[in-house]
Write a protein that binds this ligand. Structure first.
Ligand SMILES: C[S@@+](CC[C@H](N)C(=O)[O-])C[C@H]1O[C@@H](n2cnc3c(N)ncnc32)[C@H](O)[C@@H]1O
Length: 360
């Protein structure tokens, strides 16, 4: 199969007001969305792909000047994303929370469609594509790090998720957004003003609006996000028990706020969905996952060991960000002390929030 990365070429056109039921609004189409071969989409030539990356300090990043996303996208980070994808699957016992099997059940004459926002390596898309071979799944990211040879029911395309997507209103059954809190912010402090580097403020509420535009009535929005703060499973004071972990996450949050205009949205998504008035049946769950092999139960011990190693990779991926912020002078020490602490302190947990909600 050919390379199926696609680059969006809308320019200033805004599809927000388009109505899927109005045929005059549908410039497509082989499958009800705008076709992959329509004038709105161009295929990225293989020789253009290196231009989507830039190297800094020995690590590879996206080169999209307008996006604040600060983590590398190289092989080490991709290993972390794929490992975390597998871990979340073990945690929730499925590819996704919510009534996904009913929603995506094979329905004669109807094409089901799913969009994954900030797809990364596309691991979630590929898992879903295997489980639901009759469903068309679109993975959207600013960098082409997913496979260039996906299965036939998958399209990976490049697009900034904070600008209108190409899918017609009401044409999507499920929108999935996982681990995108370093791409989109809660309650931006500098709302409406560009940040110092020319990056635009990115508000999760706008993402919710765009998801609700794309989704059909009854469609499903699913999110999964990790909190950016450690905790102790027994409720004891984490600042006393794990001071290095707290210092590390304090610095990460502060640098994201000051340098990238990003506040962590993880715990606020249910509230934002309710406030949007576009979603009902908002259900959320917080998983407290061990960091380290301290649990006695074999399953949790293994989960904790795996998460700890993924957090080591996370700390290394966050180092370049810390090096540009208020803690730049001791960024290395913050990372190394954090890694030492998660290897030695018992009882530490990370919190993973899942949310699912139905489009009204
Ligand atoms: C932490 S990764 C998560 C990847 C995937 N969702 C997962 O769970 O494995 C975040 C991804 O969001 C992408 N991203 C960041 N800002 C974006 C934007 N404005 N539009 C599209 N993708 C973006 C990054 O390139 C990265 O691949």
């Amino acid at each position: 199969m050919a390379v199926v990365y696609h680059r969006h070429a809308y320019g200033d056109r805004d599809r927000r007001d388009m109505d899927a039921n109005d045929p005059s609004n549908d410039p497509s189409d082989d499958d009800g969305t705008n076709s992959d071969t329509s004038e709105d989409v161009v295929e990225v030539a293989p020789n253009e792909i290196p231009g989507y990356f830039q190297e800094r300090g020995g690590r590879l990043f996206h080169s999209h000047g307008g996006c604040p996303y600060p983590l590398p996208v190289d092989a080490e980070e991709q290993q972390r994303l794929n490992g975390l994808s597998a871990l979340v699957r073990r945690l929730i016992g499925d590819s996704s929370v919510g009534p996904v099997r009913d929603l995506l059940a094979l329905a004669p004459g109807e094409q089901r469609r799913v969009v994954d926002l900030g797809t990364g390596t596309g691991q979630w898309v590929l898992d879903m594509a295997r489980e639901f071979p009759h469903v068309r799944i679109y993975g959207v990211d600013i960098v082409p790090i997913a496979t260039r040879y996906p299965p036939p029911n998958v399209t990976f395309e490049m697009h900034d998720i904070m600008t209108p997507l190409r899918y017609a209103a009401g044409s999507i059954d499920m929108v999935h957004a996982r681990s995108i809190t370093m791409a989109v912010s809660a309650f931006p402090r500098m709302f409406g003003r560009p940040l110092n580097s020319g990056m635009q403020v990115r508000d999760y509420r706008a993402l919710i609006q765009e998801a609700s535009r794309m989704l059909r009535r009854g469609g499903l929005f699913v999110s999964c996000e990790w909190a950016r703060s450690p905790a102790m499973e027994d409720g004891s004071d984490v600042r006393v028990r794990a001071p290095r972990a707290c210092a590390f996450f304090d610095a990460v949050r502060e640098t994201l706020r000051v340098r990238r205009g990003l506040e962590c949205v993880a715990a606020h998504i249910p509230q934002l969905l309710v406030e949007s008035r576009r979603f009902i049946s908002v259900e959320t769950k917080a998983f407290h996952v061990p960091v380290g092999d301290w649990p006695n139960e074999p399953d949790r011990k293994e989960l904790g060991r795996d998460l700890r190693e993924l957090m080591v990779l996370y700390a290394r991926s966050v180092f370049p960000l810390l090096s540009e912020g208020p803690s730049a002078r001791y960024a290395g020490a913050l990372v190394e002390d954090y890694i030492r602490e998660i290897r030695s302190v018992s009882g530490m947990v990370a919190t993973c929030y899942t949310v699912h909600a139905r489009r009204v």
